[in-house]
Design a protein around this ligand. Structure first.
Ligand code: PLP
Length: 361
């Protein structure tokens, strides 16, 4: 089976992890700080704060950016559930707005429509889905015009650029995930980047029970720490990230050129002036998608539907009264999308096989 994702860990990560284990300094410490500094340098952000997961990164990013209970936060219905859940953790209110059919990213026209209809919307939580940045020129104009807080879910966008600027650096804060399927991993882990000194200070407090010094807890915080063990893996992975992403792009370019003229399949549109990092290579199958997924698996090709349901149609959100709201584009995408292996371990032979099996369908 060619897997849909495969973390690449070799002797370099193992060596750094062993150094941490031998040091006895296992939880947060100087290796975490080194990883934060390296990640900030890589993205061009002033500050980076490492955390225990992409989910906790999102939660803290919203809190530190000023989201308060009852605030309305506009977001996409077509993402991993953690995106919207992070709004609920703040006791804030997710408001959903549909996506662009071509890119699957939140649609700036619909954002503006929602803002005109609801003056209480205070913030925007966007997702650079599959590793492709949103249309940031249009989104930044709206952020300025409507004076919004902007938080970026860059969980899938390590090394993705919009007009040369890293995803995650446009808003008040950007949140990354290092889950093992991501473009780089720390096993579990996350990172928040920001240019804002106050946001940075609040993030550090929130991460460790609001403690400013020894047992000096000045606000309600959490234990959202990253460990030195995870940071040791992350430091090595970050050095490899550009190489990993280059191979993802090569594999994606191969699929683009071989899959673009099938009448039953659509490849996604490219956002202009972007460097996509291809967390996923996603295609749209216009008919019998579920049967197609089974067929790929029967032929040894790992694949996955990201995502089969819109967030507001999930049971938790239905219970909260979100049922009945139409998101026609997202709904259609849920029925059509499937992601195929694009990660750096996909060999030339693997991708040739994948294209052949797809064309034989
Ligand atoms: C878009 C998106 N947001 C948030 C997350 C949450 O990250 P984590 O699994 O590290 O908590 C993920 C990853 O699974 C994701 O893909």
């Amino acid at each position: 089976m060619i897997p849909i994702a495969k973390p690449i860990i070799d002797s370099a990560e193992k060596k750094r992890v062993m150094e941490v284990l031998d040091s006895g300094m296992l939880s947060i410490g100087k290796v975490v700080k080194e990883f934060e500094e390296a990640f900030a340098r890589f993205t061009g952000a002033r500050y980076a704060v490492a955390t225990s997961s992409g989910t906790t990164a999102l939660h803290m990013a919203l809190l530190a950016s000023g989201i308060k209970p009852g605030d309305k936060v506009l977001t996409t219905p077509f993402s991993f559930v953690a995106t919207a859940n992070s709004i609920l953790y703040c006791n804030a209110v997710p408001v959903f707005c549909d996506v662009e059919e071509g890119t699957c990213n939140i649609d700036p026209d619909r954002i503006e429509e929602a803002l005109k209809n609801d003056e209480e919307i205070k913030a925007l939580l966007i997702v650079h889905l599959y590793g492709q940045p949103c249309n940031m020129d249009r989104i930044m104009k709206l952020v300025q015009k409507y004076d919004l807080i902007l938080v970026e879910d860059a969980a899938q966008a390590h090394g993705a650029l919009y007009k040369g600027k890293h995803g995650g650096t446009f808003g008040n804060a950007g949140a990354f995930s290092f889950y093992p399927t991501k473009n780089m991993t720390t096993a579990e882990g996350g990172m928040i980047i920001t240019d804002d000194e106050k946001v940075h200070q609040d993030l550090k407090l929130l991460r460790e029970h609001g403690g400013a010094g020894d047992y000096d807890h000045i606000m309600l915080g959490y234990n959202y720490r990253m460990t030195n063990i995870e940071a040791a893996i992350g430091l090595v992975q970050l050095e490899k990230l550009t190489g990993f992403n280059n191979r993802r792009r090569e594999n994606a370019a191969y699929y683009d050129s071989h899959l673009s003229n099938l009448d039953w399949l659509e490849i996604l549109e490219k956002q202009t002036d972007c460097l996509h990092c291809y967390h996923q290579y996603t295609i749209r199958v216009k008919k019998d998608r579920d049967r197609f997924v089974e067929y790929l698996k029967e032929n040894g090709i790992g694949c996955k539907v990201y995502y089969p349901h819109t967030i507001p149609s999930l049971p938790l959100y239905k219970e909260k009264g979100y049922n009945g709201l139409p998101f026609p584009v997202s709904g259609k995408l849920c029925d059509e999308v499937v992601s195929i292996p694009v990660h750096p371990s996909v060999s030339d032979e693997d991708r040739e096989k994948i294209v052949k099996v797809i064309k034989d369908w």
